[in-house]
Write a new protein. Structure first.
Length: 100
């Protein structure tokens, strides 16, 4: 637990090294309360974000946002080596392994 109080304002986290927020279920620690709250969805299985197009549900808003690219047909992540594009950053990262 922190010896000093962690403070979060809109622009930066002060006392960044300390991880004041600890998951009571697995002891993983976080520097921001919102990160702990997002992490807790792993344990609860809650999926509060639903795609309005196909009704698929997600535990994280970022996952829903990535999913929405499927419906929009967008592939925003482009390989700088061969110009192939991907819907998800992790797909680009996996692809980059073929260039190393």
């Amino acid at each position: 637990m922190c010896t000093e109080q962690c403070t979060l304002n809109n622009r930066m986290l002060i006392h960044r090294e300390e991880k004041c927020y600890v998951c009571a279920l697995c002891n993983k620690s976080f520097s921001q309360k919102c990160s702990l709250n997002n992490h807790m969805l792993i344990h609860t299985g809650e999926k509060p974000y639903m795609c309005e197009v196909c009704e698929k549900i997600f535990s994280k808003k970022s996952s829903l946002n990535s999913h929405m690219l499927i419906h929009r047909g967008g592939k925003p992540y482009m390989c700088e080596v061969c110009d192939k594009s991907f819907r998800q950053k992790r797909s680009l990262n996996n692809h980059m392994l073929i260039h190393t």
